[in-house]
Design a protein around this ligand. Sequence first.
Ligand code: AMP
Ligand code: MG
Length: 272
Amino acid sequence: MTITSVDQYRAKPDDQIKLIEWDPNDKSAFPAGKSQGKKALKPLTARLEALQEVMWAEQKHKLLVVVQGMDTAGKDGTIRHVFTGVNPQGVRVASFKVPTPIELGHDYLWRVHQKTPGLGEIVIFNRSHYEDVLVVRVHDLVPEERWSKRYEHINAFEKLLADEGTTILKFFLHIDLDEQKGRLQARLDDPSKHWKFNVGDLKERALWQDYMAAYEDVLNKTSTDHAPWFIVPANRKWLRNLIISTVIVETLEGLAMNFPEPQDDLDEVVIN
Ligand code: AMP
Ligand code: MG
């Protein structure tokens, strides 16, 4: 059983997205439910592994996957589940934390550009340059006259990457306040999850509406044909994984990659 069209989750460049109209519980793409959904992920994971092997061998394409979402939205879990089985040679994760003083001394794209994929590589951004119009905006870390210009910079930056051969996919993991409450509580109740619990996350939680407004602007201003956003209903982890995996696999299939021809004529080769 496969998922129905994932294009319904893509933010179209002309859409006026209001997140309140996007249901984080929506499972219409896969009504069969969790156990079937988990089963459906397996062949996709295998397919991704095979596609990445060709990509690495061919050294012709680059893939950038941006993962954004509120605390507990499932950024880490997505990376772990969707990329299970890929060869670490050729795949990297770049996590963007509070910028260091040196990073802050440069423009905000400086640290980001260095982490973008080279030929044959898949790079996953766990948070990204979008923090510079999300947390930065919500907390007034720079004045509005500065952050308000960043959407334009970001579109131009992503166009540069795309024109130079990078395929870009961006995923917003959409959960709701109730779901976050449950997940924070679960972290608190499980000592092995305490390392993930920051009391500061509660302050961010209190600013939920401000974050949603900031995310809406991101989705409305920066979802382009060359770097689309997908709004992933993420209250259900298995469905989140299924949707993201499907988008990535379908996109890589579309690149029509092939193993490179051998450098030498192998027909006459005899190994003694
Ligand atoms: P985590 O993803 O849980 O490891 O947390 C990383 C933290 O770094 C989050 O609170 C982000 O909001 C914060 N962060 C990431 N990028 C920036 C940025 N450009 N400016 C300020 N804070 C940031
Ligand atoms: Mg965190």
